[in-house]
Design a protein around this ligand. Structure first.
Ligand code: HEC
Ligand code: HEC
Ligand code: HEC
Ligand code: HEC
Length: 107
């Protein structure tokens, strides 16, 4: 029993720092300034509270994390508006989260 407890504690001790590092990787909020109205994306909350896997949104990995490096620029990458609406709104529709225009776009 004690041995098992010790092993568990050791595992936690090893996993914790990695978990904290990952959980706080990237900005807390990302603001997209667009004509329709600024969208404030609570990046940190999607990591820490919604516990969404990085790869759900960062499909190409984190080496080139700026979506607009490709979207709207590179051939084959859908326009940012289409990509974001698909990614953000469809998950909110399926689970929960804002889906109305003015819920995300604030003038
Ligand atoms: C729900 C979608 C979503 C999830 C989940 C997510 N991210 Fe992000 N992340 C974004 C978006 C969108 C940006 C803004 C990119 C931009 O400005 O073009 C971003 C930005 C970042 C940036 C900053 C990039 C820069 O140069 O400004 C880092 C670092 C990052 N994310 C790491 C992570 C890590 C690590 C995880 C998982 C623990 C994660 N993200 C989970 C959507 C997400
Ligand atoms: C290195 C280039 C590159 C980067 C960086 C990139 N994307 Fe993409 N993305 C693509 C390409 C190319 C496609 C179309 C092919 C595919 O679906 O894989 C795509 C497709 C998508 C789709 C699917 C769209 C659809 O209509 O099915 C979503 C959603 C998406 N990207 C979101 C993002 C988000 C959010 C970011 C930033 C966190 C990002 N992408 C960063 C190149 C990129
Ligand atoms: C895989 C699922 C998923 C994806 C992808 C996702 N979200 Fe969310 N989002 C959620 C969930 C779950 C909530 C929490 C809803 C609640 O609290 O009821 C949320 C909440 C929010 C909120 C409200 C926060 C608050 O404090 O009220 C905003 C704004 C938001 N998301 C913006 C975005 C944007 C912008 C994107 C795309 C870059 C995005 N989300 C992508 C699942 C997702
Ligand atoms: C879940 C959050 C969310 C919801 C809901 C949402 N949007 Fe967006 N929208 C975004 C994000 C994120 C972008 C991409 C910003 C960028 O291009 O960098 C965007 C981009 C746009 C753009 C292109 C940028 C511009 O202003 O020229 C338009 C137009 C737009 N949205 C209109 C709408 C309309 C109309 C609705 C309601 C039917 C809506 N959006 C609902 C998050 C959202």
């Amino acid at each position: 029993m004690m041995k098992k407890m010790f092993a568990l504690l050791m595992m936690l001790a090893l996993l914790m720092p990695a978990g904290i590092l990952l959980a706080h990787h990237g900005p807390k909020d990302v603001v997209f300034s667009v004509r329709m109205g600024d969208v404030t994306f609570p990046h940190g909350a999607h990591q820490d509270e919604q516990k969404i896997d990085c790869a759900t949104c960062h499909h190409t990995g984190l080496e080139t994390p700026k979506c607009r490096d490709c979207h709207g620029v590179k051939e084959g990458a859908p326009k940012p508006k289409d990509a974001f609406h698909k990614l953000c709104r469809s998950c909110h529709q399926d689970q929960s989260g804002p889906t109305g225009c003015a819920d995300c776009h604030k003038k």
